[in-house]
Design a binder for this molecule. Structure first.
Ligand code: CA
Length: 241
């Protein structure tokens, strides 16, 4: 299935470069250089991801983001030219999911786009699973995920290493289960925090790091050279099995 990306950028050369590269990657693109048109396009087309420049004529990117957030859940990647804008994006919690500072490389942009769309995919899969029929749900709840000498038994909420049960704290189990269910995919600390600790949890991404360290001590042959729970630089973690 192809993802729809809305590109909001008033520098025409950059807008065209973005559209060209995203189309080449197989994404469907919509473009505009105007904040008001962006709102209209977003409502009519329900994009899966929005690239949003901060400095726009008319309504700026901050305002567009704030308005969009009221009825759209698609991730927003802000494109910014100045450091003080970054402070505003991070500090005001206007709902942007990520940002890139201009000038950026197309490679970096495509990597961020891919990471954000993976999040969309994971959340959709989970919603589908939650809405799926009871049988399917029961099967997924009683599944045993096996990775070499490591087995994660969802039904019994038990983890075995070399067939011996491990003592895990409830959150350690939930974290390992979440990572294992999405093995091979780099997951951001924020996403892990949201899905394992819940939306209302008041902690920060350090919580994730600490639990990963505890888990590594229990499941890695050598916790200082992790081969199961891999650190993915500037993203988070990936479970490699
Ligand atoms: Ca601009």
């Amino acid at each position: 299935m192809s993802y729809k990306v809305l590109i909001v950028e008033d520098e025409i050369t950059l807008q065209e470069t973005l559209a060209y590269n995203l189309t080449r990657q197989g994404y469907e693109t919509l473009t505009t250089g105007n904040g008001r048109t962006a709102l209209k396009l977003a409502r009519e087309n329900r994009p899966d991801l929005i690239l949003l420049d901060v400095m726009l004529p008319g309504i700026d990117g901050f305002e567009v983001c704030r308005i969009l957030r009221k009825d759209l859940s698609a991730p927003v990647l802000m494109l910014t030219a100045r450091a003080e804008e970054i402070d505003k994006i991070v500090g005001l919690e206007m709902g942007a999911d990520d940002y890139l500072t201009k000038p950026f490389s197309m490679r970096e942009l495509l990597a961020r786009v891919k990471a954000l769309l993976r999040r969309v995919e994971i959340i959709r899969e989970e919603l589908t699973a939650e809405q799926g029929d009871d049988d399917q749900l029961r099967r997924s709840q009683t599944a045993v995920l096996a990775f070499g000498n490591l087995a994660i038994d969802d039904g019994r909420r038990e983890v075995r290493l070399d067939d011996r049960p491990l003592r895990l704290k409830p959150k350690e189990f939930n974290l390992l289960q979440f990572l294992a269910r999405h093995h091979g995919i780099a997951l951001s600390r924020d996403l892990i925090l949201e899905r394992v600790w819940g939306w209302s949890y008041d902690g920060n991404s350090r919580t994730v790091d600490v639990h990963v360290r505890w888990l590594r001590e229990k499941i890695e042959p050598d916790p200082s050279q992790a081969t199961r729970i891999i650190t993915v630089r500037s993203v988070g973690y990936r479970f490699d099995g």
